[in-house]
Every structure is written in structure tokens, then in C-alpha cells.
Design a protein around this ligand. Sequence first.
Ligand SMILES: [Zn+2]
Length: 548
Amino acid sequence: MERTTVYRARTIRTMNPSLPVADTVVVRGSRILEVGTAESIRPWFSGQTPEIDDTFRDAVLMPGFIDPHVHPALASILLPMHWITGVDWKLPGRSLTSVRGQNEFLNRLTEIESQLSEGEPLVSWGYHELWHGPVSGGLLSRISNRRPIVVWHRGFHSLYLNDAAMAWAGITREDAERHPQVDAERQLFYESGMAMVLARLRSYLLAPERIKAGYRAFKDVIRAGGNTTIGDMAFGKIGGEELEWQLCQETFDESTPFRVQMTPVGIPFGADSVDIPARMAHLKSLRAKNTARAHFGKSVKLFADGGFFSNLMQLHWPGRIEGQDGHWITSPELLRQAAEAYWDAGDVIHIHTSADLGLELVLDTLEHLQARRPRFGRKLVIEHLGVSTPEQIQRAAELGANASVNIYYVHELSDRFYKCILGYERASQMSRLGTLTRNNIRFSLHSDFSMAPAAPLVNAWVAVNRLCETGKVMGELERISVEQAMKAITIDAAYILGMDGEVGSIRAGKKADFAVLDSDPFEVPPERIREIKVLGTVFEGKYFPNSF
Ligand SMILES: [Zn+2]
């Protein structure tokens, strides 16, 4: 018979509204036998007092956290880069201090450049014009005209190359001028232009030792945040399916204390057309690969407008204070065509949507799909939800959409976007969780790591307080309760991934997945939620203390 363990904790927050608080949980093998009190569990022990495991006596147990939107391959490309960021970052084993201003940014790059060995390219991540001022290929060539320098934007959707990096990637001035998503003058590559550079530098960025080290670092990031389930929300997009699957199998082995729910891309990255029946048959074949740690559901990822951090999102009038227009990642025609096919096949559609014009397209598409073939339950998830209007949220509710939200935008971007891009009204109301709650839309919080720290308590802290990095509260009526925020990183995040029958709360029959915390998010002052320490996680009944 499987081993049975009785854990007593200071408090157990089950996230099951029928029994929200308990202090004892019984685990048999990988599952929860019962949660309750030392008294209520006795029938499992023939009425005798069972032996108690006191490992968690002083700790608070919650369901293992769920980050339903990350990108293991993308994170693993970025983690080995040189990070130069506008806000502080904490990663397992290292803390990064913010770098601000154009001079400081260029000085930091110069400093890193001087420390690299001969011939080693300099690839940095974290640059953002709102913190670091303008850069260009020309400016980067002044740091070095021999060493390739790649400045990858904090939002990932764009990058700059110096002259040596252009040569390294085999991209001529004429190639750049001909490409619709390249600013040849500044040597700025965005969206499909960025995808072209990624493809050209593939043998470096995805070199086996480099990418494997990235995957291992990513595994630590996920563990440290208290996550026991994650969603790969664009499987195959970055490294290609074969390589991503191989790395996933190698890295997320039996010793890994989390599982990955895979959502493949519905349209391969950078494609301007797709043979949808062939693609659908292929996605179906992926489901045969399912393992204990990696599982393909019946879900697919599509993309509407450009990235939010990169300021490539599609905005309705009045648009931007100044500067560029937004972009579509997938043309509206192709998006509609693909959405129709996946909808008819009964797949859950996750759509990357950054701003209100993108959301309008998604809602028009959903209305068309619902008129064509009504569907119930979880069927379409709006991913990110940077800028939206209250009326769009009401319409999303009427059409039965769900949402998975990047709330960290508020912390890092709201003050900067207020002054430079959106004005106060729209910037202070970005990622409007209060409106989602008022419209009864079920939503999760995600990190889209490294768009936000993969630390659900940090994201919940932003959701509850809406404190911008400058210390201002932005959009206080869009704040949500602690209860709502905790649901969004546990049971509601499980729902968004279609896994709420298995994980997301602590109740009899579910997987024994817990986040082990040093204090209770429901009891600490809300502004201190991000300071709560994750002591470790229990994954399928086994304890993994944090050593970070
Ligand atoms: Zn994403």
C-alpha cells in the first residue's frame, strides 16, 4: 500500500470555499486523502490517533501555485544573456540592481564588453527606451565595431544589432531595408523582423550547452516561486517543436517538482499562411507524447496585436501621445480563419492580446464564432489584457471569454506609459482586474516570464495593491481582494489550464501539491504579500525545500 502521511500546519488555506481553512492534511502517495483537523481525519486510522509529521508545524500551506503562461524555451534563451534592466530583479542565487538612463545603460554595456573574451558575442536583455533612452545599431557599433552586440528589448518582441552583429547574422543593409518589420536606419528588428534574427542566430542562442543551462536556470526560477504547475503558452514557437520537446524531456525529469501543460501555437511563428487541416492533424499527434511531467491538452495559442512592453500593441483612438503605430503579429484575416477552424474542432483558444484594438478584433471574432456554433464553458482565454475598456470587458463576459492577465504591467509600466504613451486615465487602468471581477469573468494571473517575475505572490501583491515602481497607487478601483488574487494564482489558474479537477485547491482526491509559506497571505498586511517567503513546495506528495 502507498505511504500515508499526516501533515499538521500552522494554517492550511485550501482555496476550496466549502472548507477554506484547516490545519491537518493527509497525503497518500501523490494525492490528498483528506483535509480537516486531527480529529476529523481519524476514521482513516481506525479511530486511533495517527502519527503526525510536523515538518510544516510553523508554516502555512496553500495549493501549489500555478503560472499558466510562461515560455520555457524563451526564458532559457534569455536567462544566459547579460541582464541590464530598468527595475531590480531577484533570480535564484542572484539579485540585479536597476540601471537607468542612456549613459548608465551604454556604460554598463561597455563594461560588460570589456570583460568578454575575444570573439564572444555580447547579447544583453532588458533594454527599454523608457528607462534607457534611445539606442541604435550605430550607437552600439561605437562600443565595439568588431564584437557582435545584440540588445534584446525587455519586451522580447524587438532587438537592435550593431554592425558586427548584422554581419554575424548575415543580414545586409538591403535585407533590412526590404523587410516590412525592420527599421534599417536604427538596425531595429521587431516582430517578424526579430523572428528572422532569431532564426539566423539560432546556432548560437540554441547551442546545446547554452540552452541546457538556460533550462536548468528556468527550472530553479519556477521552483523558487512556489509553482507546481505551469503552462507553456506557445510550445514550439521559439526553438521548434522537436528541440523544445527534447529539452523539456531532459530537463523536466522525474526529479522536477512541477508539471507543464503544453499549449502549442496554432500558426507557426512568422508564417503568413498556414495549412490548417495539416496543422490540426499534427497538433492531435502531439497529444500522444504526453508524459507524467508534460501534457498536451486540447488547446491552442494564437496571437493578435504586438507586445505590450515593446509598445507594439494596437490601440484604439486616441492611440499614443506620440510615436509609432501598433502592429499585428498575425493578420486579422489569418487570425479569423485559424480561430474558426480551431473553434469548430472544439479546442480551447488562448489569444495573445495587448490592447483595446487587438481586443476588439478578438471580441468580434468570438461573436462571429458563437453565432456560428455556440460553445459553453472554457473556450477562449484572452492572454495579457494590457489596455481594455470597461465595455469590452462586459462584452467579453457576455460572450463567455476568460482571461489570463499580466498584472506586472501596472507595477513596471503604468507610470512610464502614463507620461510617454497613454496618458493617465488609460495607463492607471491597465490590466483591469477590478472590472473583470465586477463582471464575474474568471481569470488567472501569469508572469509570461521574463515579462514578470515567475513569483505568483509578487504578482498577487501587484493585483491587490496596484503599486507602481515609483510608489504610486495606479487605478485603485481596479484593485482586487486578497481572496480574489489568491484564487487567480491557484484554483482559477487551474481552471484556465483546464486542470481544476486535479490541482489548484487542497481537497480530497486532488494531487498533493502545496506551496509552503512562512506567513499567511490572508493575514499579513496586503502591502507585504510580496515579502512572504516560499520555504519550498510539495509536489505529488514529496517535499522539495527551497535552497535558493
Ligand atoms: Zn507569452
